[in-house]
Design a protein around this ligand. Structure first.
Ligand code: ZN
Ligand code: ZN
Ligand code: FE
Length: 764
C-alpha cells in the first residue's frame, strides 16, 4: 500500500542542485510527488511504497549533492492523492521563513572539460557553469535564490540553454546562472581610459598584454583583480608603485596544484585547501629556489598561492602559459574592492593599463578568502568568497542580534536561532567607500535572512565607525562589548564551549574597560561577563598611531622604563636600509614618554612584538600592518635556540597579574651586547612569551580550577607563537581551543560580540 509524506529540508539546499538531485533520487526510488523551493528551504512530497520512501529518505540524507548542507529534515505523513511521476514546482515564497543563499563555487571539472573542448558549444566561453559550480552569493539580489533574483535576470536563455535548464536529467537543470556564448554575458577589453578596444578576441589580447608586462584589471566573481605576470619583476614593481603598496605581500594564482608545489611546500591539509571549491588564497611556506621573484613578497618566508576559480582564469592560464600571475584586489590601498565597470575605470585609473570587463553585474562585493595551515590545522585568516554566507552553527539557539564588528578588518554578524552568519570581509573602516560597503552588507544580511534584530552589539571604543553607527540606529538596544571579551567568546562559540574558560587574547589594541588600550590579556571569560586575570604591563605608546607605524618608538617606550636618556640613545640599534633613527628624534620621543604627552598607555602584545623587532635591529618603521611582528617571526623561524627570555609576574593586591617585561628587555640588550644574532633573539622572545603565558594560565587555574584555555586575537596569526603556546599549555594538561573557521583577528570579532549580546539579552 502506498503512503505519502511531506519532507521539509532546511539548510543550504537552494542553488546547489538540490531539486534536480531529489528529482533523480525520486525517479530511482520510483516515487511520485514533487519538490519546491520555499523560503524555509525545500519542501518535498513523495508517494509510493513505505519501504521505497524510507530508502529515499535515507539516501537524501546520506548522499546530498556536494555543495548542499542539510541542517534539518522534518517528515510528516500526509494523505495519499492520485499522483504519477515526479515534478519540480516553481518557487513560492513563504513569509516569515528563510533560507540560505549559497556561496560562490569554483568552476567544476565537468565544466572545465567542456570549456577546453573545441567541439563543445561552450568552448572557450568564460561564463560556463552548472548546478555544481559558478557564481552564487555575488550575483544574488534577493531570496529565494532563483534566476530573476540574480544579476542573470538581465540575460534571456536561448532555446538550447533553456532546454538544459528544463531537463531534470541535465547537469544544468535549474542552474540559475546557466548561459552560453549565444545568450549569456560577454567579455570586452577596454583601454586605460575605458574606451572599448576593437580586439578580435579580448581574452587573447589580454594574454598578449600580460605577457608584455602590462597590468590588466580583470573583472572576476566578487570584484576586480589587478593582474600582472608574477615572473616579471619589473612589472610587479610597477604594480607596487602605482598601487602605493610598498612591501605588503602579493598573492599569486598558479595554473595547477603541480605548479603550486614548485613554489611552496604543500602538505595534505594545504592540498585540500588549494583544490577545495572555495578556492581561497592559501598562505604556505615558500620553497627554496622557487622562481617567484622576491618583489612579490619581500622578506617573507611564506607566499599566498591560489588556483584558478573562474573559467576566465583557466583560459588565461591555458592559453597564456603563465607560471604565475599576481592577482591582487582591484582597489586603492585600503578601499573596498571595485566591482563595477565604470567604477573600475574611474578608481583604477593610473594603475591598470587595460580592463578586461564583462556584463554580468557583480551585486555583492567579495574579496578572495585567505587561509593558511598553522599548528597542523587549516585556519581562515580572511573569510570572504566561497565561505560566505555559510553560517557558523551555534551550540544553542540565540535571540536575533546584529553585531557591528570592529574598526579594522571589519565583518558584521547576524546571529539568530542556532546559527550565526558572518559577513564577508568588509575591511578597514577608514573611508567613505568602506562605510558604504558596511551599510550595504548590513542591509543585505538583514534582507536575505529576513530578520531585523532590535539588539545591536558593538565595540566599546567610542570612535569606531561601527560603534557610532550602532548608536545612531533608532529604536534598538545597543550593547557595547569589550574587545577582548568578544575575541574570547568568538573562540568559545566556534568551539561550542559553554560556561567559563580561561582566554589568552593577544592583539594590537582594543579599548579596555579602564579606557586604556588593552592587547596582552588573560581573561576568565563567560558568555555574559569576564574578569581580567592578567595583562602585560602598561607602557606608553608615544605618538599614539605613530607608534604603530614606527616600532622604534615602542622599543624606546620599553627602554625608558629602565634606562636614562643617553643610554636609550645608545641602546637603539642601527637599522639596515636607511631606516635610521636620529638621536634628536629619540630625545624628542623620550620627552613625550616622560611627560605623558600624547602617549596613551597600552598593554598591547602586538606593540611588544614591535618593540622587540625594533630592539633586535629588524625594523624601525613599517609600511603595512604587523610588518615588524612578521619580520620577528620570520627571524625566529631561522633559529632553533631553546632558551627563553624571562618575564616577571607581579600581583598588585587584589588585582590582576601583571606580566612585567623588564627582565626581557634587559636580556635582549645583554644578548645584543654579546653579539647574539637577531634570529636567536627573536626565537628566545617567542619561547619566553609562550612560557610566561603558560605559567600565567597555570596560576589562573590554581585560583579558578578552570582547565580550558581559548587562544584568540590577531597575534595568533603568528604560527610560531600559536604552536609553542599551544604545546606548552597542553604539556601542562590544559585543554586548548583555537580558531579554525573564523579568523583569530578582528575579522572574527563580530561573532563574539553577537554571542555576548545574546547572553545579555537572554539574562535580562
Ligand atoms: Zn560546473
Ligand atoms: Zn544559451
Ligand atoms: Fe583585536
Amino acid at each position: 500500500m502506498d503512503v505519502r509524506r511531506e519532507i521539509a529540508v532546511a539548510g543550504i539546499v537552494q542553488g546547489v542542485g538540490f531539486r534536480p538531485h531529489v528529482f533523480r533520487l525520486a525517479q530511482a526510488c520510483r516515487l511520485a510527488g514533487s519538490i519546491t523551493n520555499t523560503s524555509a528551504g525545500v519542501r518535498i512530497e513523495v508517494q509510493g511504497p513505505a519501504g521505497a520512501l524510507d530508502d529515499f529518505l535515507a539516501r537524501l540524507q546520506s548522499e546530498p549533492p556536494p555543495l548542499a548542507r542539510i541542517a534539518r529534515v522534518v517528515v510528516r505523513d500526509i494523505a495519499c492523492v492520485p499522483d504519477e511521476g515526479f515534478r519540480i514546482l516553481t518557487s513560492r515564497v513563504e513569509p516569515a521563513a528563510r533560507t540560505f543563499v549559497p556561496p560562490d563555487v569554483a568552476v567544476c571539472d565537468d565544466c572545465l572539460r567542456e570549456l577546453l573542448d573545441p567541439v563543445d558549444r561552450r568552448y572557450r566561453y568564460p561564463f560556463i557553469n552548472c548546478t555544481n559550480c559558478g557564481p552564487r552569493f555575488t550575483i544574488v539580489r534577493d531570496i529565494p535564490y532563483d534566476r530573476p533574483q540574480t544579476s542573470m535576470a538581465a540575460f534571456r536563455m536561448c532555446p538550447a540553454c533553456q532546454a538544459e535548464y528544463d531537463d531534470p536529467g541535465h547537469r544544468r537543470f535549474h542552474a540559475q546562472p546557466n548561459a552560453c556564448p549565444v545568450c549569456g554575458p560577454q567579455v570586452t577589453l577596454l583601454d586605460r581610459d575605458g574606451r572599448r578596444l576593437d580586439a578580435e578576441d579580448p581574452v587573447r589580447e589580454t594574454i598578449r598584454r600580460l605577457q608584455g608586462g602590462d597590468i590588466v584589471a580583470v573583472r572576476g566573481l566578487g570584484g576586480f583583480h589587478l593582474a600582472v605576470d608574477a615572473m616579471q619583476a619589473d612589472a610587479v614593481r610597477r604594480l607596487r608603485d602605482r598601487k602605493h603598496r610598498v612591501e605588503k605581500p602579493f598573492a599569486v594564482m598558479v595554473p595547477s596544484l603541480t605548479a603550486a608545489e614548485r613554489i611552496v611546500d604543500v602538505d595534505a591539509p594545504a592540498r585540500a585547501l588549494l583544490v577545495g571549491w572555495e578556492r581561497p588564497i592559501v598562505v604556505l611556506p615558500r620553497r627554496d629556489g622557487g622562481a617567484v621573484p622576491e618583489v612579490v613578497a619581500p622578506g617573507n618566508r611564506f607566499l599566498g598561492v591560489f588556483l584558478p576559480y573562474t573559467p576566465l582564469h583557466h583560459l588565461l592560464f591555458a592559453e597564456g602559459g603563465f607560471d604565475a600571475l599576481v592577482m591582487t584586489s582591484g582597489n586603492l590601498s585600503e578601499e573596498p574592492i571595485v566591482i563595477g565597470n565604470d567604477e573600475a575605470v574611474e578608481r583604477l585609473a593610473g594603475i591598470a593599463d587595460a580592463f578586461l570587463v564583462h556584463d554580468r553585474e557583480i551585486l555583492r562585493r567579495c574579496d578572495d578568502s585567505v587561509v593558511t595551515v598553522a599548528a597542523g590545522e587549516p585556519r581562515v585568516i580572511r573569510r570572504a568568497r566561497g565561505f560566505v554566507p555559510v553560517p557558523v552553527l551555534l551550540r544553542e539557539p540565540v535571540p536575533p542580534v546584529l553585531a557591528a564588528g570592529g574598526e579594522l578588518k571589519n565583518t558584521i554578524c547576524l546571529a539568530d536561532g542556532d546559527r550565526a552568519f558572518l559577513s564577508q570581509h568588509v575591511g578597514d573602516m577608514e573611508n567613505l567607500e568602506s562605510h558604504r560597503f558596511f551599510d550595504e552588507v548590513v542591509e543585505l544580511f538583514q534582507r536575505i535572512l529576513q530578520v531585523r534584530p532590535d539588539t545591536i552589539a558593538c565595540d566599546l571604543h567610542p570612535d569606531y565607525f561601527p560603534t557610532r553607527w550602532a548608536q545612531a540606529q533608532p529604536g534598538v538596544r545597543v550593547i557595547g562589548v569589550q574587545h577582548h571579551h568578544a575575541h574570547a567568546v568568538a573562540c568559545m562559540a566556534e568551539n561550542h564551549l559553554d560556561g567559563t574558560t580561561i582566554a589568552i587574547v593577544l592583539d594590537g589594541t582594543g579599548y579596555g574597560t579602564d579606557g586604556r588600550f588593552w592587547g596582552g590579556e588573560v581573561l576568565v571569560a563567560a558568555g555574559a561577563s569576564f574578569e581580567r586575570a592578567a595583562h602585560l604591563a602598561y607602557v606608553p605608546m608615544p605618538g599614539g598611531e605613530a607608534a604603530v607605524r614606527e616600532p622604534w618608538r615602542m622599543a624606546l617606550s620599553y627602554l625608558a622604563r629602565q634606562a636614562g636618556v643617553d643610554e636609550c640613545v645608545r641602546s637603539l640599534p642601527s637599522y639596515p636600509s636607511g631606516d635610521g633613527v636620529e638621536p634628536a628624534q629619540i630625545r624628542f620621543v623620550r620627552q613625550m614618554i616622560d611627560r605623558g604627552v600624547n602617549a596613551p598607555l597600552t598593554s598591547s602584545c602586538g606593540r611588544l612584538f614591535d618593540a622587540v623587532a625594533a630592539l633586535a635591529g629588524l625594523r624601525a618603521r613599517v609600511t603595512h600592518e604587523a610588518q615588524a611582528a612578521i619580520a620577528l617571526e620570520m627571524a625566529a623561524m631561522a633559529s632553533h635556540d631553546a632558551a627563553a627570555y624571562p618575564f616577571d609576574l607581579e600581583r598588585p593586591r587584589g588585582g590582576a597579574w601583571v606580566i612585567e617585561p623588564r627582565p626581557l628587555i634587559q636580556a635582549i640588550l645583554d644578548d645584543r651586547a654579546r653579539g647574539v644574532d637577531a634570529a636567536d633573539i627573536a626565537r628566545r622572545f617567542h619561547n619566553g612569551i609562550a612560557a610566561v603565558l603558560a605559567r600565567v594560565a597555570g596560576l589562573v587555574r590554581q585560583d579558578t580550577a578552570l582547565n580550558r584555555v581559548c587562544l584568540s586575537g590577531g597575534c595568533f596569526q603568528n604560527r610560531t607563537l600559536l604552536a609553542s603556546l599551544q604545546a606548552a599549555l597542553r604539556a601542562d594538561g590544559f585543554e586548548v581551543f583555537t580558531h579554525r573557521e573564523i579568523p583569530c583577528g578582528d575579522g572574527g570579532l563580530s561573532l563574539g560580540q553577537a554571542i555576548v549580546a545574546a547572553h545579555l539579552v537572554r539574562s535580562s
